[in-house]
Design a protein around this ligand. Structure first.
Ligand SMILES: [Fe+2]
Length: 208
């Protein structure tokens, strides 16, 4: 089944992050991952009956390895970007955590305050090369902050992303140069807490 690119979930100018950056990020980079995911999926589908390819499978290099590695890189590239865009478009004048509902309560219960949580998450954003994820980790039934250097590195299975920050340079370089710290400050201004809370409350309902 062909995967369809999702439209941006917001239709407004963000604070600090320009329209140009968002367009390149969503329409070119994200759309590119969707196209590659579909291409890899089609090739893996065809490979099901390709006895020659299966017999030649090799962990150092083989056509099947290239497809398997490409599959997770593209799939995570798609899902992480969707989770990132999903939480943008909030009201920058609202106090931190506004609209966060039960998620904001759970964050405060675990980290003390929402401000403390964002300081820890932001520092994680300065310590990795790709992604920071606030996830619901179903293995331990807890909120966790995980960092990753790449789409296919650092992910933890059994986790559902709630708040996702893209710290690849393409996410901010046009607008902030090398000042990633300022980009992360603005990320929180743009965050739509209610979008993250909607996912969290869905999970809580499933758990009850
Ligand atoms: Fe990105």
């Amino acid at each position: 089944m062909e995967y369809k690119a999702k439209p941006l979930p917001f239709n407004k100018e963000l604070t600090g992050i320009s329209k140009k950056t968002v367009e390149i990020h969503h329409d070119k980079l994200y759309a590119g991952y969707v196209a590659k995911l579909n291409e890899v999926n089609a090739k893996l589908e065809a490979a099901r009956d390709n006895e020659e390819m299966k017999a030649a499978a090799n962990q150092t290099y083989s056509d099947l390895r290239a497809l398997r590695m490409g599959e997770i890189f593209a799939a995570n590239g798609v899902y992480l970007h969707e989770a990132y865009f999903n939480c943008l478009g909030g009201d920058p004048s609202a106090p931190l955590g506004t609209g966060g509902g039960k998620l904001a309560d759970a964050i405060a219960a675990k980290w003390g305050t929402v401000e403390k949580f964002t300081s820890i998450f932001s520092a994680a954003g300065m310590s990795v090369r790709g992604w920071v994820v606030l996830a619901y980790d179903a293995n331990v039934n807890e909120l966790k902050i995980y960092g990753a250097d790449s789409h296919d590195q650092g992910g933890v299975w059994g986790c559902i992303p709630l708040i996702v920050l893209d710290v690849y340079e393409h996410a901010y370089f046009i607008d902030y140069g090398s000042d990633r710290k300022k980009y992360i400050v603005d990320f929180w201004k743009n965050l739509d807490w209610s979008a993250a809370d909607a996912i969290y409350e869905k999970i809580m309902k499933l758990n009850s």
